[in-house]
Design a protein around this ligand. Sequence first.
Ligand code: AMP
Ligand code: MG
Length: 414
Amino acid sequence: MVEHRKPIPVAEAVERVVNKAQALGTERAALGDSYGRILAEPVKATHDVPPFNRSPYDGFAIRSKDSDGATGENRKRFEVIDHIGAGAVSEKTVKEGQAVRIMTGAPLPAGTDAVVMFEQTVDSGASFTIRKPFEPLENVSLQGEDMKKGEPVIDGGSLIHPGTIAVLATFGCAEVDVAKRPVVGILATGTELLDVSEPLVPGKIRNSNGPMIAAQLARMGLACKTYGMSVDDLDESFNVVKQAAEETDILITTGGVSVGDFDFLPAIYERLGAEVLFNKVAMRPGSVTTVAVAGGKYLFGLSGNPSACFTGFELFVRPAILKMMGADKLYLPRTQAVLAEDFEKANPFTRFIRASYDGASVRPAGFNLSNAVSSIARGNALIVLPGGTRGYLAGTTVDVLLLGVEEGASEWVL
Ligand code: AMP
Ligand code: MG
């Protein structure tokens, strides 16, 4: 007898997965190793940035009041008494009619409050003239104008990207508190599977899902343990899954999760006493996607169909991992775009179409059934068509989820 499964909406499935995720705690990482990690603590400015008033240009530091009344006919002359580059501090105090030749990044010398750019002078070396008055603090990069001491700068839970690294380095953080990363295992199930290096033989196909998932994890900065491939045998698969679940925080399996005669994952979850969060989602591809939790470990049962497997990872595994790492942006970023060609298939369930998005329009990336491999390769986005709709015509505005974007969105909006 075929088991009857009740499909739940995608949004509910996403919510169930995310709600189960337990934070993994934090650890210290060297700044140089922290790119791509999730910041565990907020960053506050520990000093003003810039830490002193400095010149934003190459030119001359002057007392602004000495420039009062300067015009083209009545040029004001300044005597150059010192010369500093970035990193140097002038020991001179500038008096009436004097100036210091100063380079970008050098602190304003005592007495000065404005900078004249080279282009604004007629320069003869020992002195120069200007033809306009300067305001106090004109052309000065002010202490604290970027960040003020004590100011909150970056929220905890943010992804550490190159700009974050710049801020951390600015404040002398040689080490950073980051979220621990989950240990993730991958197991491909299916008697038909060959390893990537094996020649094709009748009835068999190569395991493309395993390496694909490893790359989806790598795109999130995560390594993985691979448990290879297991044939469709209940006892054998059970043993591998049990062992893998003990060694990992998350075990991702592909295949064997449907209702076929050799689909043993449902029985394995039962034997493990796992809590099944859902085993049917109102989506295409990947309606059989199953997520279970056993002994605090996540078991993601993704479909063996490559497009369904890929989509299941992006929709469910990714936010769970990010939540475990305390990230504040769990979801694929969404945009809207104009459909560049007709998509005439009806959508009884929410449909995710591998697609190519160019910033304005979006089109399906070729062969788009759940068993497709080529459109995963050609796509950089997923078109989302709501369930209960008929086909869509070119020119319609549709929702698009972007793939491979460094930092996601904080809300699931579909
Ligand atoms: P299953 O989910 O086990 O019913 O598999 C669905 C389809 O996906 C079948 O045609 C399988 O041969 C294929 N498939 C299963 N696992 C993989 C895999 N690791 N790589 C590529 N295709 C797969
Ligand atoms: Mg199978």
